[in-house]
Design a protein around this ligand. Structure first.
Ligand code: ATP
Ligand code: MG
Length: 348
């Protein structure tokens, strides 16, 4: 692999499958666009011969040549190369030159030691290389939103680790199975990802036994943030990530978001906050997580859900409710009971 200004060149053996390589590059954040290039010697005859070899098996009705000279010392100007190569390709294939809307474009780039040419320019995923922006810990439920939120932070250059809160054995393992599958999908973009599985039933049971029912969901969330924050510090992560979107459910009103945030000192990033469900669902579809996320599961938040959850939980009331709980013990028990799974792509 070699890098130039703003570009990286990867050399592959002839037996490497291009579709497989293309798929990998399409999932490499930081790549704006990419091409499969072929090499020719640094002279016009050599270039012509190599290009004609490649177009021999190709069928197209129209084409254009687009040349760039990174090496201005090359004896032929770009327009001259375009004309020379255009005439040769036209004669060999019978295709006509169309500068406006060609069926095939042949890109030529003259370097100081060789010439590169290619027939396609493909869009990369954009964003920043994973890891360039630091580490975060994303709260991953089995739902539609949180995998999309985690992916958006990967795209912004974060190394994302995952944490899930489950109520096993009070509930079955369906959510745990789903988040593991979701972690596999996300690992394709980051090559490796950790998933922390936090048993949460004990926390929920104490909240249910000791706190007013309408506050339950916000209290669950405050404890999730506290536990996640402690794990994040241990992992060197500087922020938490959730899939919340404003107004989507009762726990996601502005008041409740503020009340939930108050439980953590770390920033809580909510990349989906301004998106509506259709937009998020389209994101999940494109990411390939929608089918996994929409499978029925037993989500710990469905456990003991009150009939009338508070839409604007009062901070004083929340603190009062929590004063009856041994918060630090609940958090440290959950930390110690956490299991960690590692996922790699390609799968081991
Ligand atoms: P999602 O589709 O991501 O589950 P949702 O619309 O169901 O979102 P909520 O259930 O209110 O919304 O969850 C809001 C956010 O809180 C989730 O996006 C996720 O980041 C976090 N969260 C909720 N439940 C859990 C859980 N059991 N484990 C980890 N994170 C959770
Ligand atoms: Mg959910």
């Amino acid at each position: 692999m070699r890098s130039y200004a703003g570009r990286v060149e990867i050399e592959a053996d002839d037996d490497v499958s291009w579709p497989a390589l293309r798929e990998r590059i399409e999932r490499s954040f930081g790549v704006a666009n990419f091409s499969r290039v072929h090499e020719a010697p640094r002279d016009l005859e050599g270039l012509r011969a190599r290009v004609l070899e490649r177009v021999a098996a190709d069928r197209f009705a129209s084409f254009r040549i687009t040349t760039r000279r990174s090496d201005k010392a090359f004896p032929h100007r770009s327009a001259e190369i375009d004309r020379d190569l255009g005439a040769a390709v036209g004669a060999a294939t019978g295709a006509r030159v169309d500068l406006g809307d060609p069926e095939r474009t042949i890109w030529v780039e003259v370097l100081h030691d060789r010439i590169l040419f290619s027939f396609e320019r493909l869009p990369g995923p954009g964003g920043f290389p994973v890891g360039a922006s630091g580490r975060v810990l994303a709260l991953l439920s089995g739902g539609i939103d949180s995998p999309v939120a985690a992916w958006r932070l990967m795209k912004r250059g974060c190394t994302v680790q995952l944490v899930n809160f489950h109520a096993f054995p009070l509930q079955d393992r369906t959510m745990i199975d789903k988040v593991q599958e979701l972690a596999c999908v996300l690992a394709r973009w980051q090559l490796r990802v950790r998933l922390l599985l936090v048993p949460f039933a004990a926390v929920q049971q104490e909240i249910v036994a000791g706190c007013p029912a309408p506050l339950r969901v916000v209290l669950y969330r405050r404890f999730m943030l506290r536990i996640a924050e402690a794990h994040a510090r241990r992992l060197g992560a500087k922020a938490l990530v959730t899939g919340e979107s404003l107004g989507q459910v009762a726990s996601q009103t502005l008041d409740n978001i503020a009340a939930i945030d108050e439980a953590a000192r770390m920033p809580v990033l909510r990349p989906l906050v301004g998106m509506d469900k259709q937009e998020i669902t389209a994101g999940a579809q494109a990411l390939g997580t929608l089918e996994i996320s929409t499978r029925p599961d037993q989500d710990c938040c469905q456990l003991f859900v009150p009939r009338n959850p508070a839409v604007a939980a009062d901070l004083a009331a929340l603190r009062d409710a929590e004063s009856g709980l041994d918060s630090s013990r609940l958090v440290s028990d959950a930390l110690h009971a956490t299991e960690e799974r590692r996922f790699e792509f390609p799968a081991l």
